[in-house]
Structures are given as C-alpha cells and as structure tokens.
Design a protein around this ligand. Structure first.
Ligand code: NAD
Ligand code: GLY
Length: 362
C-alpha cells in the first residue's frame, strides 16, 4: 500500500492507495461502536456498498447508508437534504462519521453534508473514479450546484482519511477513466516535468488499467495536490494552478449543457487552448504543444473544440469564471511544460486566436 499525507497541522490526514483496500479493515480509521453513514449512488452501491458494509460491520461499527440519484444534475440542495434526513431518522449525533463512496459528485455532496450536519462531523472519502482518486477527494473542496451556477454553495472541509482502492477502476466506464487521465496529465503539465515525461512513457499502461502504474500515478498526483493544498488550502494563490484548462473547459461544459462532454474531456481541450496561448506568448515551443496534444490523444481525449461551438462562443462564458477579478480574465498558462502560472488580464484577441487554433476547421 502507498501512503501520502496531507499536512494541515491538526487537520492533517492520510491518503492510502492500494488494491483491495475496501475489504481491509485496517485501512479504515474506525473502531468498534462507531456510527457510520455511507453516502453513495445506486451505480456504485451495486458494486461496492455491501463490501464496505461488511468490512465495517467486522470492525464493529453500526452502519447505515443513503443512496442519492446518480449524476451531476443531482448535485443539489435536494440531495444534500436526503443525507440530512437519513442522518436524523437514524439518530446520528455529532460523533457520527459520513463516508462518501463514489465519484466526485458523491464526494462533493457528502463532504458538504459532513461540513454542515450539526456544524461538522467526521468525514472519510472512498473515491471510486480516477478523477475523484487523483483530484476531488483530496483537498477539502465540497459543494453542491445551484441552478444559476456550478459548485456555488459549499465549504472547505477536509476529510479525516482518503481510502483509494485502485481495483474499483475496473468497473469504471472507459470514457470516465480517460476523463480522469485529463486531470492526471494536468498535474505533470503544471508542476512536475519529470512526471510529464513518466506519463509519456506509461500512458498506455494507465489506459489499460495496469495496477502498478495506476498506483504510482495516483500516489504522485495525490502528492502534488497535497503539496499545493498544504501551501494554499483556500485558493488564495498557488491552488489556482490546478485549474489549467478549466476556464476554457467550463465554457465548453456550460455551452454544450452539463453531461454532453465529460469534465475531463473539456479540460483536455481547454488545456490545449491554454498551451496554444502560451505558445503565442512565446513561452511554449511548437514541439511542447505537440507533445501535450499527443499525450491527450493517446489517452483517447479530444484536443479540438466541439463542432457545436464557435470560437466567439467562449469568452462570454469565460468572463463568468470564479478567477475573473474586476472584470479581468485570469488564466492559468504555461511558462514551460511542468511550470504553470496565473496570467492576469490576458489580451482577449490573443485568447480568441488561441481558441481558433484549437478549432477543427482552423
Ligand atoms: P461522477 O461522480 O459523476 O462519476 C462518474 C460516473 O461514474 C457516475 O455515473 C458514477 O456513478 C460512476 N461510477 C463511479 N465510480 C464507479 C465505479 N468504480 N464503477 C462504475 N461506475 C462508477 O463524476 P466524477 O468525474 O467522479 O466527478 C465529477 C464531479 O467532481 C463534478 O461535480 C466536479 O465538480 C467535482 N470535482 C470536485 C473537485 C474538488 O476538488 N472537490 C475537483 C474536481 C472535480
Ligand atoms: N480541483 C481543483 C482544486 O481542488 O483546487
């Protein structure tokens, strides 16, 4: 088993990464008599709920569960309320532990429930998508969507442990695996050139779900994220770097309607746009951009704008990004592969030129 620690003083916590951890009682920081509420959805529950329940029962925990409907469109206050209702019905007090068993949607909603139920209860993440294992389960961002905006209601609330069983990826649809790889590639691109090179050598193994490569890769991504979060927990500075490609990507997701393109697919194209812009600014070479494009393509990810979107469609969406300050666009760009920075007030014409470069018919 590999272990990464998120260092946040008294709120520090371990991330355990290994095969078969769901069945391993020693990977859960729980003891006999603990009360637990597992939050999941019917898809994930059909594969893994009984395994987790059985392990926790062996420890001597009393276990209840609540299933939320599956999908981003259910990342809502209504789903949050389903969790509160289940907790209250079963008399869970402040000493309860909420466990998120699922992808980023379940993790974000269950985390916000843990942050707010009786002003905060213990929280454990068991992420089951690659995206959740390398990104959303680590770092304490929790949220639900509002009809007027994604992730608009939430809290920073760290889990007390993250348990990553890499075997759960065997049941994940391939398209979701690939979408998770977009976030993996992001880490190497923004902060870790040696990891970028490692990905160039091992991306095919990751696509094929080779367990050894996956464990190394997930641990590396978690370590990079843990370091960033330890430096800047509430995104006053460096944490924004984790959003490479996200401002362009959110424009794609919003324009096409949530669910048409997966988040990771939109981030891949968005990262290509950020790379094109970095090339226009003289920081990346043509070869650097081609290397990034090849890596995304080998992970079966798109690298050009969707057909249904015109270059001019992007900017109105991008101006609503959380990073916009005083009406000025702030974008994560690249000084080189492995070195990102936040660019304040990038020229909009140049942004448009970069978007055009990543458009099919350009
Ligand atoms: P998701 O949670 O919707 O999961 C994708 C699909 O895979 C779902 O249908 C789910 O039921 C299914 N699934 C999950 N695990 C499975 C498994 N092992 N086998 C079979 N099917 C499985 O999507 P996601 O990509 O994991 O997460 C996206 C969400 O994460 C978004 O809401 C996004 O805002 C959030 N997010 C949060 C952070 C953060 O820091 N908190 C970071 C990135 C993304
Ligand atoms: N996924 C970006 C962050 O956690 O900050």
């Amino acid at each position: 088993m590999l272990c990464v620690n998120v260092e946040l003083k008294e709120r520090s916590y371990p991330i355990s990464i290994g095969e078969g951890l769901l069945q391993d009682a020693s990977s859960y920081p729980l003891k006999s008599g603990d009360k637990v509420m597992i939050v999941s959805n019917p898809t994930v529950a059909s594969y893994y709920l009984e395994t987790v329940r059985k392990t926790l029962t062996t420890i001597g925990c009393s276990v209840e569960s609540v299933l939320l409907p599956d999908g981003e469109k259910y990342k809502t206050l209504e789903s949050l309320n389903l969790i509160f209702t289940a907790l209250l019905k079963h008399n869970h007090g402040r000493d309860t532990t909420i466990i998120a068993l699922g992808g980023g949607v379940i993790g974000d909603v269950a985390g916000f429930a843990a942050a707010s139920y009786q002003r905060g209860v213990r929280f454990i993440q068991i992420p089951t998508t690659l995206l959740a294992q390398v990104d959303s389960s680590v770092g304490g961002k929790t949220a639900v969507n509002h009809e007027l905006g994604k992730n608009m209601i939430g809290a920073f609330y760290q889990p007390s442990a993250v348990i990553i069983d890499t075997l759960t990826l065997n049941t994940l649809p391939k398209r979701e695996v690939n979408a998770g790889l977009a976030e993996v590639i992001k880490y190497g691109t923004i902060l870790d050139y040696p990891f970028f090179e490692w990905l160039e050598a091992h991306i095919d193994e990751l696509v094929a779900l080779n367990q050894e490569s996956l464990k190394y890769c997930i641990a590396r991504c978690c370590q990079i994220k843990a370091d960033v979060v330890a430096r800047d927990e509430t995104e006053k500075g460096d944490r924004a770097l984790l959003n490479l490609g996200h401002t362009f990507g959110h424009a794609i997701e919003t324009h096409l309607g949530y669910g048409n393109w997966l988040h990771g697919e939109a981030v891949a194209v968005g990262s290509m746009m950020a790379a094109a812009l970095s090339e226009l600014l003289g920081d990346l070479s043509v070869e650097d951009v081609a290397r990034l494009e090849k890596l995304f393509a080998r992970a079966n990810l798109p690298t050009v704008s969707p057909d249904a979107m015109q270059p001019e469609d992007y900017l109105p969406h991008m101006m609503r990004d959380k990073k916009v300050l005083a009406g000025k666009l702030r974008l994560v760009l690249l000084k080189s592969l492995g070195q990102a920075y936040v660019a304040a007030d990038t020229d909009k014409e140049l942004v448009l030129t970069a978007i055009r470069r990543c458009t099919q018919c350009d």
